[in-house]
Design a protein around this ligand. Structure first.
Ligand code: AQP
Length: 343
């Protein structure tokens, strides 16, 4: 059966790397959207472990974080009865399609990727792995294998999504209509949560600039509050949305508040008009962050308390994902001129 034809609804696919502790940036930019959109789309969410090995890593930590991230998907509201949750490396078609797409992706396209430049700059020039440059092609393979129509991600992935579209269009042009051209689905508020210690830099799970950089989803709640209370702001008092880089800290706190409360900007500004200073703002932001974290942590404890539950869901998810991925790959191999095995 052709995977394209068997689509019952529009599809989404997205993933997070098990490369550190998930942050409220990952939650606001990605996971929270997934939980919402799973009711509107046929959904595939993978733990992208093959992406996590593109920078130096520890195998034992990768193993632990892969299960932790899968459990957090569930804790954040991904329902395994309606969405498929799986681990990328359990479906070998991701690696194979990456190789095939590599051969039609001009090197110049990859050299332009800002995430590659940023991450490569953090390593010794002679130790940057080829996989880091190739990361966006693997991401294209992830998405195109499932004919995803939409990809819910944070703003930092916009450029990679554009590249996926370019690769899909190039393949379709060279070998005939094969891939669905996916759209990025980026939240209007909270698409780029910034670091609490440096609001000019994106909040990232692998950033080690300071212990106050990010609130992690599994932070003890008093620690989460402390990090927000220590967030870098400026010397003013005005609490309003603003794109002045000098005021990025206050703006970031307001955007977190906006994303988590769903209030409009004018409601929020009116609400804080009588605040005595940034301390009041931080306290209320901490309250809404903690209100979001508490049930996630509670569910996480329940899920991980059940021995073998996550692993068995991942096994079922891989089976379902592999069926679709294999079908797409068969079509791709045929269009590219590979002969079939006769067993
Ligand atoms: N600060 C952020 N604000 C909003 N969305 C964010 N995302 C990441 N950071 C923010 C979104 O979360 C998903 C996870 O993506 P990933 O794990 O594949 O890698 P990433 O985009 O590079 O995320 P991190 O947290 O910065 O990871 P590391 O430090 O490992 O590179 C994506 O949808 C992303 O947009």
């Amino acid at each position: 059966m052709n995977s394209h034809v068997s689509k019952t609804r529009k599809r989404v696919l997205s993933g997070v790397q098990p490369s550190g502790n998930l942050t409220i940036g990952n939650y606001i930019g990605a996971l929270r959207q997934w939980a919402r959109e799973q009711h509107n789309f046929e959904s595939f969410f993978c733990v992208v472990d093959l992406h996590a090995i593109t920078v130096p890593y520890d195998p034992a930590e990768l193993r632990a974080k892969t299960r932790e991230v899968a459990a957090l998907y569930l804790a954040c509201g991904i329902d395994p009865d309606i969405s498929t949750i799986f681990v990328q490396s359990h479906v070998p078609a991701h690696s194979e399609l990456t190789w095939l797409l590599n051969c039609i992706t001009p090197l110049g396209w990859l050299n332009r990727m800002t995430q590659f430049k940023d991450k490569a700059a953090k390593q010794q020039a002679d130790s940057v792995g080829t996989g880091l440059l190739d990361y966006p092609v693997l991401m294209a393979a992830d998405i195109l294998l499932y004919h995803a129509d939409a990809v819910p991600v944070g703003d930092d992935q916009r450029q990679h999504l554009e590249l996926t579209r370019d690769i899909a269009q190039r393949f379709n042009h060279l070998f005939g209509e094969t891939f669905t051209i996916p759209e990025a689905m980026i939240p209007l508020s909270g698409g780029r949560v910034m670091g609490l210690d440096d609001p000019t830099n994106k909040m990232s799970k692998s950033e080690t600039s300071s212990e106050y950089h990010a609130v992690y989803l599994l932070d003890p709640l008093d620690r989460a509050r402390k990090k927000i209370m220590r967030a870098v702001t400026d010397s003013g008092r005005d609490i309003s949305f603003n794109d002045d880089p000098q005021r990025a800290g206050v703006n970031n706190l307001l955007e977190i508040y906006e994303a988590l409360t769903g209030k409009t900007r004018s409601e929020i500004e009116a609400h804080f008009a009588t605040a005595r200073g940034y301390g009041d703002l931080k306290k209320e932001v901490a309250d809404v962050v903690i209100a979001a974290l508490e049930p996630i942590q509670q569910r996480y404890r329940e899920i991980t308390g059940e021995q073998g539950y996550v692993d068995s869901l991942l096994a079922q998810g891989a089976e379902r994902a592999a069926e679709i991925a294999r079908s797409t790959l068969d079509t791709v191999r045929d269009r590219m001129g590979f002969i079939k095995t006769h067993s």
